[in-house]
Write a protein that binds this ligand. Sequence first.
Ligand code: SF4
Ligand code: SF4
Length: 285
Amino acid sequence: MCEFCHKHGEGEKWYLQAQLYSEDLLSDLNRRKFIGEFFLHPERFAERGKLEGKLEGLKRLPSFVRAVVTPFLVNRQKKVHYGQVVPIEDVERIFDFVNSVVRLPCICRQATVGTEQRYCYGVTMVPTEQSQFVQTLREINASYLTGPDTKGLEVLSKEEAVTSIRELEKKGICHTVWTFITPFIGGVCNCDRSDCIAMRATVTMGFPVMFRAEYVATINAELCNGCRQCMRLCQFGAMGYSIARENVVIDPRRCYGCGICRASCTKNAIVLKDRTSVPLAAGVW
Ligand code: SF4
Ligand code: SF4
């Protein structure tokens, strides 16, 4: 269980606790203001040069200062906008109990690629037209939108959303769930290291803004034929090839439990296990 599960999920997976998606949480005016600001001024949250410059600055600090400052900044981030990697099964579970799903542009990719790309899905517990989350998004002047649908939001059925996310999975894109002022969960995003600022900050810059998944991947050596197709999809450098064993091996200390590697395995040789059941991964979030 990650820290959020203990704090906000009553010992269950926090992002599957329906009450956390309650509109009550969105009736908090500060939260609504935050969401409005987030989408109205994406540059404040995701301007690539600015954020990377700040993180580079952090890396240049003497190590003892960094050791103090980084946890402080990460804790502050956890209270506002923090994520967790989730496998496709848990994305489907989230879509099973929410009542509306809208697809919206990815702020990270707006900053890194410079174009509108729709990889993010806002979720709420009430139908779209009654959702304060959706109304909040509609009320703002989302002037960063450049694509054909300038209304900003595409209302999707759950089936359409899952189908499109499954297509992203085949390309090796990893799913994450995000808070908009913790513990309110507002969205499911689809991240990769080349375009996603959050992923880069977490994986390569030493400034985590998301937890690993509640799972870790393991290989069934009897089924694995050593084709190495799965290695192409792992964005976390958790997979290696063992010449001696003639199959792929996974380092549980590096595995984020996204489950994306499974999308390329025709032998069904990769299984996700509960993170807490794998001793080397149990305490690594
Ligand atoms: S894709 Fe499957 S069979 Fe191929 S190396 Fe990976 S785990 Fe083994
Ligand atoms: S080995 Fe772990 S981190 Fe890498 S793709 Fe598989 S589940 Fe994700």
